[in-house]
Design a binder for this molecule. Structure first.
Ligand code: GLC
Ligand code: CA
Length: 558
């Protein structure tokens, strides 16, 4: 693999437009705001920007419920703004990757509006409709956002499937007309000049034949049938078709979001010769601190480092030479990594954020940075549920606290502080002015109260900031093929305090050592003669002594 593809060496930056930069004071981030901040991303040095959805949407799930794939949500701007953003990004050498949400649409999409009119409407088969069974739901599937995955529609007396909210009906990929309509839309966007797609829950598009019950659902399982539905019988056929008709005709970057995949699934989705996607987002390491009581992500467990090493090492090794990994700690659905796997206290926030960056960015794959990660933004801990807006958080609270009374309100708030998606969605902290420079008005979601100390202006003014550390790491990846191509080898898997691994090339090696604790530790790793430390989050090297959250990288070879 000496001939790397550009997307294998690229670092991607994810923007959640609603929370990035507001330009007109309505409290909602927008496209002109993004345009204003493109030079900032250029300065950081990333190659690709992934935009969470900017399409027309009633915002039941913040844009992941699309009502028109070819229109822009007016709150975000106009299509002319989008064209301008693409042009300016390209002038700066930045590529733009769009979010493609095609497992479901919004219930307000005209396809669904038509579909629900009558059983013989031409759009009926764009969605998944079934008769009631004994007066009930057609099967036991659970929505990822709580409750049954079926909703009854009075007008035609059938249920429709929605793996997410009731306002996100699932599309019927069995229908060739639907598939064609999606491919045409993708081609239409590519024609506008965009450079790739991040595909939302793309491995849910093919449902099991006959829609059988999910054997994992039981009465007290607050779960989701997502994993059961995932990787259905025709998913590879559909993705190969999409690849042949659209993807392969363009030099673009593609990544599929795929809950519930194994490494062998990944080799099918993202194999070098599988003609489907270039890479996928697997979920295993993000589910590492899930509840032990069957409450899914609603927990406040602290992760265990050996589990993290085991999972990441498995992915590194299994895909090497066969398929391509994505590397991520954060996105708009996950809590902030410095709060979760690092230490967001004043003493250790900066050093632990850098340690986490090092640990991930020296692995094989394409790294993704989520807005604010590069300045070490942290979780929020609002005291009242009424301060939260995320549908997933609100539904879970309603379900677990109000209806089932399985979790006390106090406990649930600790779970929410730990896991809510709103942790990632608070506005980007640009400076220490009112509302962190995000808006001149009232932000749609409150700004994290630590914005006076944690913000971009501060980071840019400090050569030792997390920002410049990320900048350095991103640049190193562009310069050193070993970071892209080296074979991964974990050292001392059973060590529960230090994560150390090598990247091995033909005549060179990298050694990455990260102390995941706030303690000073002693560890000995054998270095070859002539090994150079190329990166560290401390000023000097104390050899076998590892200070709190110390992380360093040695290079040896030619
Ligand atoms: C994906 C998105 C998430 C969304 C869900 C339904 O997991 O990342 O934000 O709620 O799909 O579209
Ligand atoms: Ca705005």
């Amino acid at each position: 693999m000496n001939q790397n593809k550009w997307w294998q060496k690229a670092t991607v930056y994810q923007i959640y437009p609603r929370s990035f930069q507001d330009s007109n004071g309505d409290g909602v981030g927008d496209i002109p705001g993004i345009i204003q901040r493109l030079p900032y991303l250029k300065e950081l040095g990333v190659q690709v920007i992934w935009l969470s959805p900017i399409y027309q949407s009633p915002n039941d799930d913040n844009g992941y419920d699309i009502s028109d794939y070819r229109k822009i949500l007016p709150e975000f701007g106009t299509m002319a703004d989008v064209d301008e953003m693409i042009t300016i990004a390209h002038e700066l050498g930045l590529k733009i990757m769009m979010d493609l949400v095609v497992n479901h649409t919004s219930g307000e999409h005209h396809w669904f509006q038509q579909s629900r009119q009558s059983r013989d409407n031409p759009y009926r088969d764009y969605y998944i409709w079934r008769d009631p069974v004994d007066g009930h739901e057609p099967n036991n599937w659970l929505s990822d956002f709580g409750g049954s995955a079926w909703a009854f529609d009075e007008k035609t007396k059938q249920y429709y499937l929605h793996l997410f909210s009731k306002k996100q009906p699932d599309l019927n990929w069995e229908n060739p007309a639907l598939r064609e309509a999606i491919y045409e839309t993708m081609a239409w966007w590519l024609n506008k000049g965009i450079d790739g797609f991040r595909m939302d829950v793309i491995n849910l598009i093919s449902k099991q034949t006959g829609l059988p019950n999910d054997p994992n659902v039981n009465a007290d399982n607050h779960g989701s049938s997502m994993t059961f539905v995932a990787n259905g019988p025709k998913v590879h056929q559909y993705l190969q078709e999409m690849n042949a008709k659209v993807l392969s005709r363009n030099d673009i970057i593609t990544v599929g979001e795929t809950p519930g995949v194994t490494t062998s699934d990944a080799i099918q989705y993202a194999g070098f010769d599988s003609h489907e996607l270039q890479m996928i987002f697997q979920f295993e390491h993000t589910e590492i601190d899930n509840s032990r009581e069957g409450l899914g992500k609603w927990s406040d467990e602290r992760f265990n480092l050996v589990d993290l090493k085991r999972i990441l090492s498995k992915w590194q090794t299994a895909l090497d030479g066969k398929a391509w990994n994505s590397l991520y700690w954060n996105n708009h659905d996950r809590p902030r990594v410095v709060s979760r796997f690092g230490d967001d206290s004043e003493a250790y926030r900066v050093v632990s954020a850098k340690m986490l960056a090092t640990t991930l960015h020296f692995m094989q794959g394409t790294p993704y940075i989520y807005q604010g990660e590069e300045i070490g933004m942290t979780n929020v801990d609002w005291s009242s549920i009424s301060q939260y807006q995320d549908i997933d958080t609100l539904n879970a609270y309603q379900d677990l606290v109000v209806e089932q009374q399985r979790v006390s309100p106090e406990r649930m708030m600790t779970y929410i502080h730990h896991s809510s998606r709103d942790n990632a969605r608070t506005p980007m902290q640009w400076d220490d002015s009112n509302q962190a420079g995000f808006t001149k008005g009232k932000p749609w979601l409150a700004v994290n109260s630590n914005y006076e100390t944690i913000n971009v202006a501060q980071a840019l003014a400090d050569q030792q900031s997390i920002f410049y550390f990320y900048k350095k790491i991103i640049a190193l990846r562009q310069q050193m093929p070993l970071i892209t191509n080296g074979h991964y080898q974990v050292l001392d898997m059973a060590d529960s305090e230090v994560y150390a691994y090598k990247r091995i090339g033909v005549d060179s090696e990298l050694l990455v050592i990260s102390n995941f604790t706030n303690q000073t530790l002693t560890r000995h790793y054998t270095l070859n003669d002539g090994a150079n430390m190329i990166l560290s989050n401390y000023d000097d090297d104390q050899g076998d002594t590892l200070r709190p959250y110390e992380s360093k990288v040695y290079f040896e070879g030619t």
